[in-house]
Structures are given as C-alpha cells and as structure tokens.
Design a protein around this ligand. Sequence first.
Ligand code: AMP
Length: 113
Amino acid sequence: MSETLFTKIINREIPAEIVYEDDQCLAFKDINPQAPLHVLVIPKKSIAKLAHATPEDQALLGHLLLTANDVARDQGHADDFRLVINNGIEAGQSVFHLHVHILAGRSFSWPPG
Ligand code: AMP
C-alpha cells in the first residue's frame, strides 16, 4: 500500500497533536475539527479502508473501538460521542489509511449528510 500522510504522522515525519499511542494504534486531534472534540484513531498497520480489513484484523479492529471509547472518556466525553468510519470516496473518505473519527462536545443530527 502506498504511504499516506497518516503513515508520516505515525513515523513522526509530520507533526500531530497525539493524545494516545500504544503498540497497535495512534490517536491524534483532527486538523480540521468538526466538533469541539475531533480525534482520529488509526491502526499502525497500513489498511487503506475498512473494506480491506481481513479476519486477521479482527482483534485490531476491536482494539480501535475500545481505544476510541477510552480516548473519548479521557478527553471528557464518556457518555456522548459519535464514531464514524468513512469507507471509500463516495462515503467521504479522503485519507486512505483506516481511521475512526471520534466526535463529541455538541449535538449531532441523524441521518448524517
Ligand atoms: P476522512 O475524510 O474520513 O478520510 O477523514 C480524514 C480526516 O483527516 C479529515 O477529517 C481531515 O481533517 C483529517 N486530516 C487531514 N490531514 C490531517 C493532518 N495532517 N493531521 C490531522 N488530521 C488530518
């Protein structure tokens, strides 16, 4: 898979406001926040999009969700937050390295735009 800017963030080649890191994933503030809290949780493994994940990634995907929950709580939003995974251009994906958006701190409408 070709390297994206998220790989560069993992490798500290470009700066980001990192709020959590472990051996499997990294969480950092979105550069263009859509809510008072907008953090991206990404796997260190390069997976372009969720549709490219395999059964081998099952534990990693679970880890991303549990990490998102922990980060939302640690950032002061234990009870109300939204998680979003955009998969593919039509769904709004612009960076092709799997990421979970954590959005919190305001009300959200449904259905999303
Ligand atoms: P998506 O549109 O779902 O692929 O989300 C990509 C997200 O990455 C967008 O919300 C962007 O604002 C965010 N983003 C792009 N470049 C950076 C960066 N250098 N640091 C942090 N977030 C970024």
